[in-house]
Design a binder for this molecule. Structure first.
Ligand code: S3P
Length: 433
């Protein structure tokens, strides 16, 4: 369904963003491997995480979901234990979710059966060679389309051996796939990261009693005989909060409060970059929710200046780049995003798509192989735009519509269901429509 937006006179209110997507996937998956029942409050009941749950059911895992509000649910998982999964009768469909496919592949590599993973048109164009390589080194057999590069991905699991593996790309999904396979391996698994990526898998595994240690740039896992179950609340998703952080910063009359947002340092790159740009963002005192730090965040209208974003910052804000690009269009001066070639293999080629769509809105943006350059300060003019089915682009373009002169129509409004089903209601709550 398409949505038409105009800039409201004020943006004001409190938005309790839904639970973190990365943590929700992991809580479901690890809960399934635990011994005993796992409870997860504020589980993200969005299409990506539902894809993980459906795959788990096809592997014989029982769970129950009670939705409290759009995208917000309580999840109970009956842990099958490390040896309790059973061979699926059909192909497993990860739909739009790279996290489902890649993390599950790590688990399936260690199972004594054969499984096949596929996904929607977008996911079938995304790389899997990055997990095929380490999981083969561990002893599993994997085959994929297009020279073992793209899904569908067939996995004949078996007895794995631990490996020492240095990640060729900074990817939490690949790191997690290797660690999850390591749960089923003989001997230790060591994963080294060139740049730190989100560490939610590690935090949960440690909470479940796994012998997992951080050693310099590496992680060392000794295979456990069992994992204890979880009783967990999921913090608000900083990647969902990102849209309100940008809307509230750029809009000239704004104050938005975002309670209980996850502020794990591997995820807070956008907060750092917005601060560098001159944003007035108040991050309240941190407290722990489950294994993760959270804080209440208040964002107010600010004058922004352009900034350079590169290197180790990228993994800490990779999913927030579409929102950041909208902020950059309103910032005085030039914003450069480099070292972000990974954006080309997300739910869409986000570098190409952002360039095309922001140009429609009148932005001066130049595409680069690994990022883009935006000459900001001229704002945006309303136009007809599309996220092309990519949820984060759709939401970033909606924010652009809240800030642009005139009327903006976003064509594929339903794509928000992938990670933020209540997005349009929350947009109304802060005064947009
Ligand atoms: C995720 C890791 C990131 C991120 C994705 C979620 C995760 O992907 O972009 O949205 O939950 O591990 P990569 O591992 O491909 O960098």
């Amino acid at each position: 369904m398409e949505r038409t937006l105009r800039r409201p006179a004020r943006l004001q209110g409190t938005v309790r963003v839904p639970g973190d997507k990365s943590i929700s996937h992991r809580a479901a998956l690890l809960g399934a491997l635990a011994t005993g029942p796992t409870s997860v409050r504020r589980f993200l009941a969005a299409d990506d995480c539902l894809a993980t749950l459906d795959c788990l059911r096809a592997l014989g895992v029982e769970w129950r979901l009670r939705e409290k509000a759009p995208g917000v649910a309580s999840l109970e998982v009956v842990g099958a234990g490390l040896r309790g999964l059973r061979e699926p009768a059909d192909v497993l469909d990860a739909r739009n979710s790279g996290t489902t496919l890649r993390l599950l592949a790590g688990v399936l590599a260690g199972q004594p059966f054969t499984s096949v993973l596929t996904g929607d048109h977008s996911l079938r164009s995304r790389p899997v060679d990055r997990i095929v390589e380490p999981l083969r080194l561990m002893g599993a057999q994997l085959f994929a389309r297009d020279g073992d590069r793209r899904p569908p991905l067939a996995i004949r699991g078996g007895q794995l051996r631990g490996i020492r593996y240095r990640l060729p790309v900074a990817s939490a999904q690949v790191k997690s796939a290797v660690l999850l396979a390591g749960l089923f391996a003989e001997g230790e698994t060591v994963v080294e990261e060139p740049v730190a990526t989100r560490d939610h898998t590690e935090r949960l595994l440690i909470a479940m009693g796994a012998d997992l240690r951080r050693e310099g740039p590496g992680l060392r896992l000794r295979p456990p005989s069992s994992l204890s179950s979880l009783d967990l609340e999921v913090p608000g998703d900083l990647s969902a909060a990102a849209f309100w952080l940008v809307a509230g910063t750029v809009h000239p009359e704004a104050e938005i409060v975002l309670p209980a947002v996850g502020v794990n340092p591997t995820r807070t790159g956008l907060l750092d970059v917005l601060a560098m740009m001159g944003a007035t963002i108040d991050v309240g005192e941190q407290r722990m929710v489950g294994e993760e730090p959270v804080a209440d965040i208040t964002v107010r209208s600010s004058s922004l200046r352009g900034v350079e974003v590169a290197g180790e910052l990228l993994p800490r804000l990779i999913d927030e780049v579409p929102a950041l690009a909208v902020a950059a269009a309103f910032a005085e001066g030039r914003t450069v995003v480099r070292d972000a070639a990974e954006l080309r293999v997300k739910e869409s080629d986000r570098i190409a798509a952002l360039t095309a769509q922001l140009r429609r809105l009148g932005a001066t943006i130049e595409e680069q192989p690994d990022g883009f350059v935006i000459e900001g300060g001229r704002g945006l003019q309303g136009a007809r735009v599309t996220g092309g089915g990519d949820h984060r682009l759709t939401m970033a373009l909606a924010v652009a519509g809240l800030l642009a002169e005139g009327e903006t129509t976003v064509e594929d409004g339903d794509a928000v269901a992938i990670s933020y089903p209540g997005f349009w209601q929350d947009l109304e709550r802060v005064g947009g429509c």
